[in-house]
Design a protein around this ligand. Sequence first.
Ligand code: FES
Length: 65
Amino acid sequence: MYICLCNALTDRKLKQAAAATGSTRPGEIYAACGCRAQCGQCVQAVLDLLRDHANQVADQLQGAD
Ligand code: FES
């Protein structure tokens, strides 16, 4: 699903960038994708996606114990 229409970024690509960089900051995620926010309409959705992704990773780590 497209999250950022200006940069054609999908949720999958954003999650891959988050996993590769370990970042939870939108600016760093856009940079990892080779772009930056343009209109800004997607920033809250990106933040929500990054928060959910971080929670999933934390849950997986807790389950690994
Ligand atoms: S929709 Fe992402 S910058 Fe415009």
